[in-house]
Design a protein around this ligand. Sequence first.
Ligand code: NAP
Length: 328
Amino acid sequence: MYEKGFMFWKNLFYTPDTKTMEDVIILGTGCAGLTAAIYTGRAQLNPLVLEGTQPGGQLTTTSEVENFPGFPEGIDGFTMMDNLRKQAARFGARYEHAKIDRIEVDGEVKRLHAGEKVYEARTVIIGTGARPRLLGIPGEQEMFGGKGVTTCATCDGAFYRDMDVVVVGGGDSACEEALFLTRFCSKVTLVHRRDTLRASQIMAERAIAHEKIEMAWNTLPQEVMADEKGFARALRVKDAQSGEEREIPCKGAFIAIGHIPNTDFADGLLKRDGDGYIVPEAGSQVKTAVPGLFAAGDCVDHVYRQAITAAGMGCQAAIEAERFLAEL
Ligand code: NAP
């Protein structure tokens, strides 16, 4: 009864913190979002860019980007994202911190809810990227972030100087993490569930050939084991063929087994595939079924997932948004 009365008065007098209507709101500051910001900024659309929980996206945790065209010597991920951010700001992009929980479409208006705060826009470019996948084994959560389990060698590798560590995964990320860790660690065991790596040939060859990296093929992680102080001391693993179990001693376990797209806020609004990736409309890479709502980068692309492809999609989404606004 009391609650009903409260809601009545709240609904009558409460007006959410609503912003003015924007032409373009961009969600995310990874390669897709910031490229979209550069393009819409140059098109004089005055984009508002909302940064979520990881400003700069996944590249900020990458040591060296060697394959982005235009950098013959490579560039570190953090610097690259900082440059993109400054480049977009130069054309008028504005930045705010906000984590969008829900998007509501009301005719031509897209209403973006971030807790009590509401943003409104005619077009929205979703570039929310993806977050690291975890194994879901005992000990992983308990020791995550500071006690030996991590998903970022660039961020945490230096803490494991002269120690033995494991990297779990068989893709480019796992190889990259393992190679990076050889700078600090005495030994890196690369734990992969199959007998061939998924990584590109060049990365796989580098990892396999490295004297500090030992390959643990057909090996399934079972548990991160703790010492008496609650810090990681070993990874318990099972041989995929024989079923035999053993412990790999390690002070650090770096998990690099792929990513989960950050698209929960689109639940019920946009079509997503079984892994959560936004499914674009047929014939387009970036248009969604909702007019004026575009998606770019790792939240929609489960095939290429490269910095350059995310940037390309950000560009496409920006051009589509510009055309959409022109037609309005
Ligand atoms: P990925 O290519 O999807 O590889 C994930 C790896 O983790 C696979 O080897 C997979 O094993 C393994 N895995 C997945 N779930 C597992 C589980 N539950 N238990 C044990 N192992 C599991 O992901 P990624 O390495 O993050 O790469 C993502 C994309 O980014 C790729 O397109 C990659 O080329 C790109 N990338 C490029 C660079 C570069 O060019 N410098 C660097 C990093 C990433 P299976 O092989 O058996 O499936």
